[in-house]
Design a protein around this ligand. Structure first.
Ligand code: AR6
Length: 541
């Protein structure tokens, strides 16, 4: 139940640009050089029937530019034949045999997964999976899963050569490129991840083929000492499969790797624009209250971060409640500093409570009220940007580090379509964000808030900021925004130089700062810095 939120400041939420209202009309959907569409076009959203895959027959792409598919005829695997002789067999045939067999419980599920992953016998364990079904869920929940849901997940996985008929390009570094696929195709690909069928994705060494990609097979979710968080993660995954195997969603999703050429970044030192509008609130979360806005994923360079292992903070939680996001890991190489990743149309399936160690799955989430665009995608846009891990507090204020973060946020916020239009035609949705880079990655909240405001301004978007219950931060961000836009309007170039001056102060004082960045900025202008040792140019005492 959503509470009416009165605890906010700045521009009212309902006055921020939102999709679908502010969206440009979409062109007809079709594949182009940089956009692979895995379904048949022309396409029209039909709430009852999933779109047809394209082409009609499976086409293989076992090469360095495409996902190596489990059902590829070239996917071969050593198999213990008669008289204990090792023979090479088509791995898909082993997978088919395994998944068509009866799987009454978690022990058998382990056995079948190891049939076509025999190299990992004795290496992978399934303790968490077993714990879920033997200690956590009730007997009837267990029976329902193994009796009803699992056979359908198996069937969905085995439908791979009929549903995902076109080679899926790898979204490699250095190139802007999109993939559009149906929610049904994603479900099928995820069903394969659930059964750990993806070849070449388990080796970890630096020389392994997919070294610079996130993992995709779910074995890492099943193993390890069972802990509460992993059990809750599995419940989110089970919820997703229970839903899609009962009632397959019929829309589309687009994933885009966004690459900004180094010469295309704003010249931050010469940008005299003042900050765009802000809505800031201590209540609310990005996923619950960011409807129609460009929602930020506080990402890892490997998308999803620890979603399939131990992590359980903002990004992992988002991927667990919207599991379609997990499929990005199948084809997206680690992000570079000038890249972001945009996901349009991922559906939310679960509710949750708690955070990190207290994370708990709280049942179904009905996302059906979210409108769809002309491409049948839910109007939920999420942009993944990976902040820097901050090891030394002072250094994050240094010019080159600040610019790295400005550029990264800009990559996430910029509309590459929009950049070609004259500015007056652009009506982009506001960015919906919060303490990006300031939890697991240890950044300073005030600095990162300012950086995101600057980057959003350069990308022509307003900002909606949720401080995650931090009342003081809410007031501070509101006040500095008022100061920098009304009381003493300053351009981005000047704000940047103030941040660098603050870094000088920190470097000189060599102790915990006695004023934060925002206090410093105001003091520079009200003259109260005089007679203190805080200014970089003042003589050392
Ligand atoms: N809505 C708004 N604010 C939030 C939300 C939410 N749903 N969840 C958390 N916050 P963190 P990072 C606030 O640590 O530092 C993952 O493993 C809350 O104040 O997730 O960028 C990724 O895969 C929280 O402390 O982001 C990366 O590896 C703060 O946002 C790494 O963490 C930061 O959330 C990224 O770490």
């Amino acid at each position: 139940q959503r509470k009416a939120n009165s605890d906010w400041k700045g521009k009212p939420l309902n006055r921020l640009n939102k999709i679908p209202d502010c969206m440009e009309k979409l062109p007809a959907l079709h594949s182009t050089e940089n956009h692979t569409v895995l379904i048949k076009v022309p396409y029209k959203y039909d709430p009852k029937t999933p779109p047809m895959p394209h082409p009609a027959q499976y086409k293989d792409g076992w090469n360095n530019d495409h996902v190596k598919m489990p059902c590829s005829p070239q996917n071969e695997y050593p198999f213990q034949g008669k008289n204990n002789k090792q023979i090479l067999r088509k791995r898909w045939e082993i997978i088919e045999e395994a998944l068509l067999s009866k799987i009454p419980g978690p022990y058998e599920l382990e056995d079948i997964i190891l049939k076509y992953n025999s190299r990992y016998f004795g290496k992978w364990n399934f303790e968490t999976l077993k714990c879920l079904f033997t200690e956590d869920l009730t007997q009837s929940e267990r029976n329902h899963f193994f009796g009803e849901v699992l056979p359908k997940i198996a069937k969905l996985a085995l439908n791979l050569p009929h549903l995902c008929t076109q080679p899926i390009p790898l979204l490699k570094k250095g190139k802007t490129r999109s993939i559009t696929l149906s929610q049904q195709q994603i479900a099928c690909l995820l069903a394969n991840a659930f059964f750990c069928t993806y070849p070449r994705r388990n080796a970890k060494g630096k020389s392994s083929e997919f070294f610079n990609y996130p993992s995709i097979n779910f074995n890492s979710l099943y193993d390890g000492m069972p802990n509460c968080v992993k059990l809750e993660k599995l419940k989110c995954i089970i919820q997703y499969f229970s839903r899609v195997t009962k009632n397959m969603p019929t829309g589309l999703v687009t994933f885009t790797r966004q690459h900004v050429g180094l010469i295309d970044f704003p010249k931050w030192d010469n940008l005299d624009t003042t900050l765009r509008d802000l809505h800031v609130s201590a209540e609310g979360t990005i996923e619950d209250d960011g409807e129609g806005l460009l929602q930020v994923d506080f990402a890892n360079k490997y998308l999803g971060g620890g979603v399939l292992t131990h992590g359980c903070v903002q990004e992992e939680i988002r991927f667990l409640i919207c599991p379609e996001m997990i499929i990005s890991r199948l084809f997206t190489e680690g992000l570079e500093k000038n890249e972001s990743f945009v996901m349009k149309g991922c559906e939310r399936f679960s509710s949750y409570d708690g955070y990190a160690r207290t994370f708990e799955w709280k049942g179904d989430y009905d996302d059906s009220k979210t409108p769809r665009d002309d491409w049948g995608r839910l109007c939920t846009h999420v942009t993944a940007i990976d902040a820097l891990v901050i090891h030394h507090y002072d250094r994050q204020f240094k010019g080159d580090i600040v610019k790295r973060e400005l550029n990264k946020a800009y990559c996430g916020f910029v509309s590459l379509r929009g950049t070609k239009n004259p500015p007056h035609e652009i009506n982009l949705s506001a960015v919906c964000t919060g303490n990006w880079g300031c939890g697991a990655f240890g950044g300073d909240k005030r600095l990162k808030a300012l950086i995101q405001l600057m980057a959003a301004t350069a990308a022509k978007r307003d900002v909606c900021y949720y401080t995650f219950d931090d009342e003081r931060l809410k007031n501070d961000i509101y006040n500095i925004h008022q100061y920098l836009t009304v009381t003493n309007p300053l351009g981005i170039d000047t704000i940047l130089s103030l941040i660098e001056r603050y870094e000088g102060v920190l470097r000189k004082s060599r102790r915990k700062p006695n004023m934060n960045l925002f206090e410093y900025i105001v003091k520079v202008f009200d003259g109260s810095l005089e007679n203190t040792d805080s200014e970089p140019d003042s003589p050392a005492i």
